[in-house]
Design a protein around this ligand. Structure first.
Ligand SMILES: C[S@@+](CC[C@H](N)C(=O)[O-])C[C@H]1O[C@@H](n2cnc3c(N)ncnc32)[C@H](O)[C@@H]1O
Length: 225
């Protein structure tokens, strides 16, 4: 079977009724298996109503759900970069699953920003206990603050967002990336999982599209002509 037939078949499976019914339970099962295997806690999904969060942006935040490891690796493996030059920053890092997955890549540093103290404390515990022989980055931290006002480090970065906020907040964060890159041009990538508001990048002065899949988009900072 050639690759276009394979991708058509995958698309048909994704659109099927059975797949849609099973998607949630399979996603949960994979999450619990990840936790069991690595001795961490990145499950279950949590709605923000269940958490005490001291931020006016609480109502603009989505639920907590950890990134699906397979999708994460597919996107990371497609990035043609020297990881050791880059700071990986997860905006809305929850219990830290994406941080742990990023530690399989030799990033210079990995930072997660999460505004729920409860989720942040679980992430810190996970960082301490994550067991993986192949861990390639050991400089990991979870920071408890509002990701929409995080001061961006002026260094080559991979900004990771697993659909953390509503359209309005997402738009304001993208505009803050653009301002920062205009002031200090540097290499930067945005990885956007579940990219429901991807159109906010259209006509962006700072980013151009690099890759797009069913579950993600990647945008790269434009370099001067
Ligand atoms: C879909 S989860 C993603 C978790 C993690 N990035 C991962 O991929 O495993 C989104 C997270 O964003 C957090 N969040 C939403 N709005 C936020 C804000 N303004 N500042 C910091 N965290 C926020 C939520 O609490 C939730 O944990």
């Amino acid at each position: 079977m050639n690759s276009s037939n394979t991708s058509r078949m995958r698309e048909a499976i994704r659109e099927s009724f059975i797949y849609k019914r099973l998607q949630g339970p399979i996603f949960n099962l994979k999450g619990y298996m990840f936790d069991l295997y690595h001795g961490v806690k990145t499950m279950p999904q949590v709605t923000l109503d269940e958490l005490e969060i001291d931020s006016p942006n609480k109502k603009g935040g989505g639920i907590y759900a950890g990134t699906e490891p397979k999708y994460f690796r597919t996107v990371m493996d497609s990035l043609d970069i020297d990881f050791s030059r880059f700071h990986f920053i997860d905006f809305g890092s929850g219990m830290g699953r994406a941080l742990l997955l990023a530690a399989d890549y030799p990033f210079r540093k990995i930072t997660g920003i999460e505004f729920s103290t409860e989720l942040h404390e679980i992430a810190e515990k996970n960082i301490r206990s994550y067991t993986r022989r192949k861990r390639a980055c050991n400089d990991l931290e979870s920071v408890c603050e509002d990701a929409t006002t995080y001061a961006l480090p002026r260094e080559p970065s991979v900004y990771y967002l697993f659909n953390p906020f509503n359209r309005e907040l997402f738009g304001s964060v993208i505009r803050s990336f653009e301002r920062s890159l205009a002031e200090d041009p540097r290499d930067a990538y945005v990885i956007y999982m579940n990219p429901v508001n991807d159109d906010l990048f259209v006509d962006s002065p700072a980013f151009e599209p690099l890759d797009r899949g069913p579950w993600h988009s990647v945008h790269v900072a434009r370099r001067g002509e």
